[in-house]
Design a protein. Sequence first.
Length: 320
Amino acid sequence: MRTVLTAPIVGAVAMRVVAVPHPTGLFLPGSHVVDPRNRPYSPQYPLWADGAQKSRWMRLPDASRIDARDSERWDFPIGTRLWKEFVFNGRRVETRLLWRSSDTAWTFASYLWNEDQTDAVLAPADRVRRAAEIASGKWHTVPSRDDCRACHDNGRTVLGVTALQLSDDRDPHAPHAETLQPGMVTLRTLLDEGLLTGAEQLQGRSPRIPGDARTRAALGYLTANCGHCHHDGSRVATVRHPMLMPAFAPAAQVRATIRTLLAQSTTWELPHPEPGQNHDRDGDHQQFHAHRQPGEADRPGRTCPGRRAQPAHHAAHHHA
């Protein structure tokens, strides 16, 4: 039996596909037991993935630390690895790897589990449609590596390991929230173990979105599900609403965000000729879908999970 996730990593680096003869290291050799050096974590605002049960792990190289001087864009050391496993109806379907392979590059890989759950093989770089049926007529799609980069190369590579997402002041009303299990890494864990440098601004206070319970939960959801694409510096979003909440948002910023999102009209150009029609990248242009196809779970490169493309004039809460 081959051990899952020991196939070569293949990643797109500087527009080249490079084969790296290196096991991912998620499991102990010859087993499906997670290596204890891979630390579990759970972002307080998880990305919705069609009801998938997800597990996540991170591993920093020995004697290394995360540079947290910019609390919104942590700089991870070379060799950092993060995994995310997707389970539907009690069955592993996919495991993804994000690996900082050099000072200037991250490598992305997806591994697809077989039917008897004994092994996972490296998925093709150009997407696997209908990889597994997760409900009647609903299928999981393994994203292409360009899909991965659409979200992860848009200002911040690691999306779920941030000061806000790992805050110990977790939002009890976060949509689709996951229970924090014993041993999971939090911001306090990283601080206490000295794994963050330049983190003085994070000492003594826990990141939190200000506002009442509904405001906090709604903006947290938008931060996790929309903010990685929809922010002021986005290269991929056709509408750049400020949906990405920082670790310590002032109340004025929250009010301004709400005013921007609610009851406002906007106009944008869809990257396809007709409303409701999908369109992939066009040559070198970063043109992406206005919606995610029903049944395609956790597909990067799309905005507004589950929402169909709208006509060019629409309310902001039907954002593209």
